[in-house]
Write a protein that binds this ligand. Structure first.
Ligand code: KIV
Length: 298
């Protein structure tokens, strides 16, 4: 298996993984319920250099399990369209569907920061549409909304943040634009494209975005974005080890997604032996910057 190269990746046994985590061991969480994660506590983590560990989540059972494990943030991603609904892309996902899954996750999540994806067609039309759609997701239980793209999204990001709705932006490979991008391919390899991405990230940060997902971009570009915009919390997926945090699709890191996966994905369930251990090992690997290994980046 592509990703199980022992020379490149050294997994830590689940029991040790739990003990390695100063603030997130399962025992600690059970003994002392942690306080809800807030935007301020995420910023504090970032300021003291502790990576943010995030996973996608679409239902109540996993919400409870991931929250109890001490995950920092959950993302109700529109990837649910491919994983739960069997579509070939995220485009068919509707706002009502994301709101439904946000309610499911919010029902059992107690403390993790909860981000919900604005799906395709729910914010492209106008600033007013973005505000309406975001309000629906916040009422469903989200703490923050995520939208894809830069430039044309800046107006909506500013309107949302001015009205008290925190925003996570998303640049690089933006799956809602898969047809325009010509497939799921690495973005920002050429100098002009890299400069454009950094300029978009800057505009989004100035408009009020506090988190930025960087998907499938060269590690050096993700490092540059974080260096040039130190206040922004960059969350990488296929963006190398230098972002402020990492996110993976839950089904991918549990090794249950069918088909070919990108090379940076790792099957943590194969290491851990149980779902709980897999999640703890993922968190430990992110916190200790063992994941993703630089050599599996772009
Ligand atoms: O929908 C999703 O799961 C996402 C992640 C890939 C970041 O946007």
């Amino acid at each position: 298996m592509l990703l199980h190269n022992a020379d490149r990746w050294r997994a830590v046994p689940a029991s040790r993984a739990a003990s390695l985590m100063s603030t997130h061991s399962a025992e600690d969480v059970r003994a002392t319920p942690r306080k809800p994660v807030t935007l301020h506590s995420l910023q504090a983590l970032h300021q003291r250099g502790e990576p943010v560990a995030m996973l996608t989540c679409y239902d109540a059972v996993f919400a409870q399990l991931l929250d109890e494990a001490g995950i920092d943030a959950l993302l109700v991603g529109d990837s649910l369209g491919m994983l739960l609904q069997g579509h070939a892309s995220t485009l068919p996902v509707t706002l009502d569907t994301v709101a439904y899954h946000t309610r499911c996750v919010a029902a059992k999540n107690r403390t993790a920061w909860l981000i919900a994806d604005l799906p395709f067609g729910s914010y492209q039309e106008s600033k007013a549409q973005a505000l309406r759609s975001s309000a629906l997701l916040m009422q469903a239980g989200a703490n923050m909304v995520k939208l894809e793209g830069g430039g044309w999204t800046v107006e909506a990001v500013q309107a949302l943040t001015e009205r008290g709705m925190p925003v996570c932006a998303h640049l690089g490979l933006t799956p809602q634009s898969v047809h325009a991008l010509g497939g799921y391919r690495v973005q920002g390899r050429e100098a002009a494209a890299a400069d454009a991405l950094v300029a978009q990230a800057r505009e989004l940060a100035q408009a009020g975005a506090t988190l930025l997902v960087l998907e499938l971009v060269p590690a050096a570009l993700a490092e540059r974005v974080q260096r040039e915009l130190p206040g922004l919390i960059t969350i990488g997926i296929g963006a190398g080890p230098h972002t402020a945090g990492q996110v993976l699709v839950l089904h991918d890191m549990l090794g249950i997604t069918r088909g070919r996966l990108p090379r940076f994905v790792h099957n943590f369930l194969a290491d851990g032996g149980s779902v709980e251990a897999a999640v703890r090992e993922y968190m430990a690997a992110v916190k200790e910057r063992r994941f993703p290994p630089a050599e599996l980046s772009y």
